[in-house]
Design a protein around this ligand. Structure first.
Ligand code: FE2
Length: 219
């Protein structure tokens, strides 16, 4: 921990929620359960590998390769996230990263040989964006699919001076694969609730699903 921490901006959640274009449910004043802490796993794309590409934005469903504009296979999902700490304060300027396998259940990672794995070149695999002044960040991605031995999930990593680095995974609420998943089975009910996204049908702009999910980090 540095002797002098950089200034951090924490805004009262109630004020932020009223300003948000997405209608967030009122955040309770009681303490919130933090996302369960998890490891990077084997498929976190290394920075050096990512440096070779330029398209790592918050839209994982559209990939520009030279003059080619590719679109991801799978069911497109709008993931509206709110970065908030356990005390209910939203966090401005958190670095938020997500990564997941594509619709063919292949991760995009240097250790995955594209010659031996069927991959979807239209899926970005990894995306990053900062939370805004109200703690919000929106990703466009695909509804996660099962990966051999795993229930559908999206990896998430957050960084900010207020809490350092926090890594977790987001699951699909009610997915039948959850009860067979070794990581899900280790989680208690509050951690499951913190990590399970509730998907709702979406219309327009090629979206099939939408969700609003609070990414709760330690305070
Ligand atoms: Fe994974």
């Amino acid at each position: 921990m540095p002797a002098t921490k950089p200034p951090r901006r924490l805004v009262l959640a109630a004020a932020a929620a009223s300003a948000a274009s997405v209608a967030w449910p009122a955040l309770a004043s009681s303490r919130r359960t933090v996302l369960p802490s998890m490891t990077d796993g084997p498929f976190y794309p290394p920075r050096r590998w990512r440096a070779r590409e330029t398209d790592w934005d918050a839209d994982l469903t559209r990939v520009q390769r030279g003059t080619q504009a590719l679109v991801a296979r799978g069911e497109h999902l709008a993931l509206d996230a709110l970065v908030v700490d356990a005390a209910g304060r939203v966090i401005d300027g958190a670095e938020v990263e997500i990564w997941q396998c594509d619709a063919l259940a292949a991760y995009h990672h240097p250790d995955v040989n594209p010659a031996s794995a069927r991959t979807d070149p239209g899926f970005q695999g990894f995306g990053a964006a900062p939370s805004d002044a109200q703690g919000r960040v929106r990703f466009r991605t695909i509804r996660p699919v099962p990966y051999p031995g795993r229930t559908p999930h999206i990896h998430v990593k957050l960084r900010h001076a207020a809490f350092g680095e926090w890594t977790s995974q987001l699951f699909l609420a009610g997915d039948p694969g959850n009860e067979r998943d070794f990581l899900w089975r280790q989680l208690g009910a509050p951690a499951r609730a913190a990590a399970a996204m509730l998907l709702q049908p979406a219309g327009g702009d090629g979206l099939r699903w939408q969700t609003q999910h609070a990414l709760v980090v330690p305070d």
